[in-house]
Design a binder for this molecule. Structure first.
Ligand code: MTE
Ligand code: MO
Length: 326
């Protein structure tokens, strides 16, 4: 069978992509009006929910309220591109493999164990996670370390909501995320490209930052398997690999955790991995990027922004040499 490769630049827009984009654009106008006070706030939840529900792909819908604090002017990436051009090495290293191989992943029942340096360790199932805090829709840029980016309407709430519930003790300095590694469901585990399970980590203050999103859905639906169902983290000011998919354990620890990409190539992927156009990858520049679905192969690439445009996080790194702590 011929598999269409979704390499950027050769894709042309399909009719099916136009509706979601128009919906998100009309909502942005709406939110701007809301921000300047020309629409009453009470209408927001309704409107956001209805629009989220209009993104029909057959998956289970997930209602959320658009949070105007996280609206950006960038065009939202089409659902099709966001779900067929993926990095999820547990399902294969080719960009099209996660969408082809992740169908069989069983995402229910699913639990997350929260343990380590906390006063109240707990194990939560997906339904408890869905109820833990109000679900918000937030449009975030995602910048992959490989030099491409997308704009995705995620659904979730700040990870800090969960952190508050488990009450880290004074020893907790870092948070480690352990993701599923099940050979029976994940064909990519047969290849030793990374040390399995895929592990990521954040400093506690990074994990507690309001932008760090415990993510349960996108485009008005529960997360597609290839995007990290049923629960992942999204950290929009860091390269995409710092946003672990299909998490099964969250550990609060004293020492900086080892992380999958840092173990694989420490000189290329640092623990922090903040998006930084001034610190090149040893093998390529990080100064520019290509937006999937918009920028063609011959288009001039767009400038990558410091912290991926999320300049409010700069205070987390005050006094740090970001070339050294890359
Ligand atoms: N468990 C796991 N999480 C992962 C990865 C992975 O291979 N395994 N890839 C990362 C990388 S490199 C990127 S760019 C993002 C891609 O997320 P998306 O497919 O939802 O756009 O997921 C990250 N999370
Ligand atoms: Mo990535």
């Amino acid at each position: 069978m011929f598999i269409k490769r979704h390499s950027y630049g050769v894709d042309c827009p399909r009719a099916s992509e136009i509706t979601p984009r128009e919906l998100f654009e009309s909502r942005r106008t709406f939110l701007k009006q809301l921000a300047v006070g020309s629409i009453a706030g009470g209408a927001l939840a309704d409107m956001a929910t209805r629009e989220a529900f209009a993104q029909t792909t057959g998956a289970q819908k997930l209602a959320a309220t658009a949070n105007p604090a996280y609206v950006i002017m960038d065009k939202v990436t089409s659902f099709k591109d966001a779900t067929t051009y993926n990095n999820f090495y547990e399902f294969g290293t080719d960009k099209t493999e996660p969408s082809r191989n992740a169908d069989a992943l069983k995402t229910r029942p699913w639990t997350i164990a929260i343990e380590g340096e906390v006063k109240r360790p707990m194990t939560l199932d997906i339904d408890s996670l869905l109820k833990l805090a109000p679900l918000e829709e937030r449009v975030y840029r995602l910048r992959c370390v490989e030099g491409w980016s997308m704009v995705i309407p995620w659904i979730g709430y700040s990870l800090s909501e969960l952190i508050r519930k488990v009450e880290p003790n004074g020893n907790a300095k870092y948070v480690e995320f352990v993701t599923l590694a099940d050979k029976k469901q994940m064909p990519g585990l047969r290849s030793p490209v990374l040390e399995w399970p895929y592990v990521e980590g954040l400093r506690l203050d990074e994990a507690n930052h309001r932008l760090t999103l415990l993510t349960l859905g996108m485009y008005g639906e529960v997360l597609p398997n290839q995007n990290g169902a049923p629960v992942r983290i999204v950290v929009p000011w860091k390269y995409g690999f710092k946003s672990p998919k299909s998490i099964v354990k969250i550990r609060f620890v004293r020492e900086q955790p080892r992380t999958a990409w840092n173990i694989a190539a420490p000189q290329e992927y640092g623990f922090y991995s903040n998006v930084n156009p001034e610190v090149d990858h040893p093998r390529w520049s990080q100064a520019t990027e290509r937006r999937i679905g918009e920028d063609g192969f011959f288009t001039r690439k767009r400038k990558t922004l410091m912290f991926n445009g999320y300049s409010e996080v700069a205070s987390l790194y005050a006094g740090m040499d970001l070339k050294k702590f890359f």
